[in-house]
Design a binder for this molecule. Structure first.
Ligand SMILES: [Zn+2]
Length: 284
């Protein structure tokens, strides 16, 4: 009997390459195993993926004769939406897998596109080497209400300086600062160590808008972290601000959400790796 983890790895490799594989190839040529177990194995793997927030991976597995996934995937989704799946396939999420009035071919095609897109994004680096922008003349924003606070902040000189300062710090530690891919989460800066991926949101802290900026930055970095986690990256969130906040409650608030709050002069506290799973667990 084939190991589920091995079958999953074959599906993942196929998904990353943007292709499909036949049921027989999934079982390394063993047609009898394919006939006997494919439906159940594919269901288990796809439901695990679904519970992890990813599309139904077994959509890449197709019949050699028809070139299409079996109806099993569609039936699985229907049963999921009816809430009748039990045991290892049960899922309490309550979110429908099928779109309203979506038929079997449309569902199958959509899942395949989602799987290819999800795994294409998860393969390769999460970003491109960071290139510093030229000095920006724009001063701090005014307190006026604006529609895109983040875009406005990114255009400020303070933002550019924090970004550059963090990038220099990373280079001094032999780490490569990354800027986002156009098709990925739009963080300010990221870097990867052997143990984890770090994602940073950078925020200037004008005297009249400190809390607004911290709220915005914390929400953004948690959003980026979530997106990278769903791409299979174990991610540490970092909020890099212009200076120490006046309200030190932000240190505790960020820490409780696993976010490292830093500013120039305090980058040294950034963890080189996630806390080891040793006796002193509970702190991050
Ligand atoms: Zn579900």
């Amino acid at each position: 009997m084939a190991d589920i983890a091995v079958l999953r790895e074959r599906m993942v490799a196929t998904a990353r390459s943007g292709t499909k594989l036949t049921y027989t190839d999934l079982y390394a040529g063993d047609r009898w195993a394919a006939r006997g177990h494919a439906s159940q194995d594919c269901g288990l793997i796809s439901m695990d993926e679904h519970r992890a927030g990813r599309p139904l991976l077994s959509a890449v597995v197709v019949s050699k004769e028809t070139g299409m996934a079996s109806r099993g995937l569609y039936n699985l989704a229907r049963q999921h939406d009816e809430g009748v799946l039990t045991g290892d396939n049960a899922c309490p999420c309550g979110k429908p897998m099928l779109l309203p009035s979506e038929d079997e071919p449309a569902f199958r095609e959509r899942q395949l596109r989602l799987v290819h897109a999800a795994w294409a994004l998860a393969s390769g680096p999460i970003g491109n080497p960071y290139v510093p922008a030229p000095a920006a003349p724009m001063p701090h924003r005014s307190a006026a209400l604006v529609t895109n606070l983040d875009a406005l902040d990114r255009a400020t000189e303070a933002h550019r300086q924090i970004l550059e300062s963090l990038a220099s710090f990373l280079r001094s530690k032999d780490l490569t600062p990354l800027e986002p891919r156009p098709d990925g989460p739009q963080f300010d800066l990221a870097w990867e160590t052997a143990e984890a991926t770090f994602v940073a949101e950078v925020k200037s802290l004008p005297a009249d808008g400190e809390r607004q900026q911290l709220r915005l930055g914390l929400g953004q970095v948690l959003d980026y972290q979530d997106a990278l986690e769903r791409m299979g990256k174990s991610t540490q969130a970092v909020l890099a601000v212009e200076r120490e906040p006046r309200d030190l409650a932000w240190l505790g608030l960020c820490a409780r959400h696993g976010v490292s709050l830093v500013w120039p002069g305090r980058f040294e506290i950034l963890p080189r790796m996630p806390a080891p799973a040793s006796g002193s667990s509970g702190s991050r």
